[in-house]
Design a protein around this ligand. Structure first.
Ligand code: 1HN
Length: 345
């Protein structure tokens, strides 16, 4: 390939004059911003074990009262981006949040979209846009951009969930901000009850929901039943996966990140093709080995890992007699909207 001129090749006086005028020559940096064939990725394959993270999160519960935290979270940060950037990938933020019995995380709304995947504990709930959503292990709860949300806990044990946000992207766009609010009044009507069966949606006077996000809670019992039914329907089906969708539009549940649940049959090894979006894997049930570039991670329940884009990933169910279930988050909706989505096989 043709070697391009370096900054040092230019006379110092010329460089100084450019700099004083806020001008930069492109050619010394061209290969950096536009590398040949494969993008440069700071996202490293990274693994976070729940067993090691959990005691530190509970310790945060002792060290920092909820009033001093608003949201008590340990961020799962990718060292490739620098820990202080608090990103798992270019567009994905991950955090493990702890809410103790009786605690209250006050109402606010913000521009980044969030979802929560409930990891542990019963009795907590989040109120989103007036809808009180109970939290149980494996449930997915949306808090899309702009909707008020707050968390409460009427139970007796700590509750932990995984937050997945598009914060890094929205922050990069200089579009990230929040507004604090009042405690919400809980309204009647719950999307997880209204949209109880796929293919059959409520039609009041043959109209449709006016809500941009008609379904906010996706119970794990329902997602798991869908996966089991899909697997039983076709024993030869390799990729037993469901996408969390907006039941009114059939599109992705949120605008920027995509969310999926994947079932690995007993002993199954599944190769996911190299696609442009980065991905996150979180084991809801079972035990899974993830092969990502040169790393091999063994994930037990509640463990999480991430993979850079443009790399194939192989997931293996380490359970030989039971299925394993994985929650997946990725950047597909973003890549598709931007027109940069690719599947390299
Ligand atoms: C947020 O609002 C929550 O509402 C959790 O629970 C994590 C991380 C960054 C920015 C906002 C929440 C967050 C967050």
């Amino acid at each position: 390939m043709n070697e391009l001129g370096r900054l040092e090749d230019l006379p110092q006086a010329y460089r100084d004059e450019l700099k004083s005028l806020n001008l930069v020559p492109l050619w010394p940096s061209l290969r950096g911003v536009l590398p040949p064939k494969v993008p440069t990725r700071q996202t490293q394959p990274t693994y976070w074990a729940y067993k090691t993270l959990r005691p530190l999160l509970l310790k945060a519960g002792e060290l920092t009262p909820i009033e001093k935290a608003e949201r008590r979270v340990l961020v799962l940060a990718n060292p490739g981006h620098g820990l202080e950037k608090m990103q798992a990938s270019a567009a994905i933020y991950l955090g493990m949040q702890l809410l103790l019995p009786g605690e209250w995380a006050p109402s606010h709304r913000h521009t980044p979209n969030a979802v929560r995947m409930i990891v542990e504990g019963e009795g907590a709930y989040t109120t989103v846009d007036g809808e009180k959503c109970p939290m149980s292990r494996g449930d997915l709860i949306l808090t899309p951009t702009g909707l008020w949300h707050e968390h409460g806990h009427d139970g007796t044990e700590p509750v932990v969930w995984l937050d997945v946000l598009d914060l890094p992207l929205v922050y990069y766009m200089e579009a990230s901000y929040h507004i604090n609010g009042q405690r919400q009044d809980v309204v009647s009507g719950r999307g997880d009850r209204q949209y109880i069966r796929a293919g059959v949606v409520p039609t009041p006077v043959f109209g449709r929901s006016q809500k941009a996000y008609p379904m906010l809670r996706y119970a794990w019992t329902d997602a798991k039943a869908a996966l089991e039914s899909l697997a039983a329907d076709d024993p030869s089906l390799e990729h037993v996966q469901v996408t969390y969708t907006n039941p009114e539009t059939g599109g992705d549940a949120e605008n920027i990140l995509g969310f999926y649940a994947l079932m690995l049959r007993p002993g199954q090894s599944l190769r996911l093709p190299a696609r442009s979006p980065a991905q996150v894997f979180h084991v809801i049930e079972g035990q899974v080995q993830a092969q990502i570039v040169n790393s091999t991670f063994t994930l037990v329940e509640a463990d999480t890992c991430c993979a850079p884009g443009y790399e194939a990933v192989t997931l293996k169910n380490l359970k030989s007699d039971t299925p394993s279930f994985v929650f997946v988050a990725d950047e597909s909706p973003l890549h598709r909207k931007l027109g940069v989505y690719e599947n390299w096989g």
